[in-house]
Design a protein around this ligand. Structure first.
Ligand code: M6R
Length: 366
């Protein structure tokens, strides 16, 4: 049932090209310039009248929410807040009838997320779910929703759920942008085409598996690791660090790259591996200067770059190349080598990759 892979996690990482396609199939029509999602279409007015969107989730789903914040604000110009469901539910949040709450959950059973939904409903908000498990508690408790079509995710470390969540949320952002006219026609069409190409590019990014394994042999005994990214790839840095922590038990932190000089830079010496997400689009030049700062303090740099990059290659100790895409969709690609890196490090450390200690696949108690 692991389909020839040693672990469910690896199988699920490699399923990403096909499950991303499954997730946009029938919804994304690049040739027609259309996005059709029943849950959004039926409630379009609610989305369009929303003064803001509040996203609630936990763990990796929360990271997908952060990526969505950047995408929805940029494409649809609707203000978005992202909250840990566990914090939201206990802090008497200000929620109005005109707020749209999006709850993201792979399992659809996370206790804190479910409680956050109930609270938002009590306060009169429209609650939209992004779940993977059909018929799950969260999918039943929300007013409407859109499923990710990732298929069963068995590995405790969430991988394909993350990329399919981003796929759904990007489609929502694009649909709203279309309705609001906040993207130019040509940008809108370009994004649809880019999204359609993502599965092939993810497949190409999976070609970094050997490279990730080689880098894993070098850093498998590191006690700490720092992950840095900016913009759309800041949440990917958080997600990369979470993946390393939970399956390899190496302490890791994710940071927005520019925050480094507000504290974490003090940690950097020749023993500190720093994974920097530095695709060509976005804040490339700024990330390059962050890399220079790390290098001058002898940090070991592992950089995720766009194919053909030369500037970062000169500075970094190790580079992992991924295909080019638009900035907003780049998390779907940059996250792939980070999943693989964590996986190989955990395997080399003899960890139980699919069922890491102290963790459950769905956290049904708070
Ligand atoms: O099922 P959910 O998406 O609601 O789960 C949320 C988190 O428990 C989950 O993402 C957790 O952080 C994963 N183990 C991360 O890999």
């Amino acid at each position: 049932e692991k389909g020839g892979y040693d672990h469910f996690m690896l199988k699920e990482i490699f399923e990403q090209p096909s499950v991303i396609k499954d997730t946009y199939r029938g919804r994304l029509h690049a040739n027609l310039g259309l996005i059709q999602m029943a849950g959004v279409e039926d409630n379009l007015e609610k989305f369009l009248n929303a003064e803001r969107i509040v996203i609630v989730a936990c763990g990796t789903s929360w990271h997908a929410g952060l990526v969505a914040e950047y995408i929805i604000e940029e494409f649809a110009r609707i203000s978005v807040e992202v909250e840990y469901a566990s914090e939201f539910r206990y802090r008497n949040p200000i929620i109005n009838k005109n707020d749209v709450v999006i709850a993201i959950s792979q399992s659809g059973e996370t206790a804190d997320t479910l409680a956050a939904i109930k609270l938002a409903k009590e306060k009169g908000a429209f609650v939209f779910g992004v779940c993977n498990v059909v018929g799950s508690s969260i999918s039943r408790e929300t007013h409407a929703g859109a499923y990710t079509h990732a298929g069963p995710e068995i590995g405790v470390a969430s991988t394909k759920a993350f990329t399919t969540q981003i796929t759904v949320l990007a489609m929502i952002a694009l649909r709203l942008a279309k309705a609001k006219g906040t993207l130019t026609n040509s940008d809108f069409h370009r994004y649809l085409q880019e999204l359609e190409l993502i599965p092939d590019k993810v497949a190409e990014a999976l070609g970094t598996n050997d490279k990730a394994k080689e880098i894993a042999t070098i850093f498998k005994d590191a006690p700490n690791c720092l992950y840095l990214g900016r913009g759309y790839n800041f949440p990917v840095a958080l997600e990369g660090a979470l993946k390393l922590k939970e399956i390899s038990y190496i302490h890791a932190e994710g940071y927005p790259a520019a925050e480094m000089k507000h504290g974490p830079i003090a940690l950097i010496d020749e023993h500190m591996p720093v994974v920097v997400i530095a695709p060509k689009q976005g804040h490339y030049d700024k990330v390059v200067s962050n890399i220079q700062e790390i290098k001058s303090r002898s940090g070991k740099i592992i950089a995720v770059v766009t194919k053909g990059d030369t500037q970062v290659r000169e500075l970094a100790d190790y580079v992992i190349e991924i295909p080019d895409t638009s900035d907003a969709l780049s998390p779907l690609l940059t996250t792939i080598p980070l999943q693989l890196l964590s996986y190989h490090i955990a395997v080399m450390r003899g960890c139980n990759v699919d069922q890491p200690r102290n963790l459950a696949k769905s956290v049904t108690v708070e």
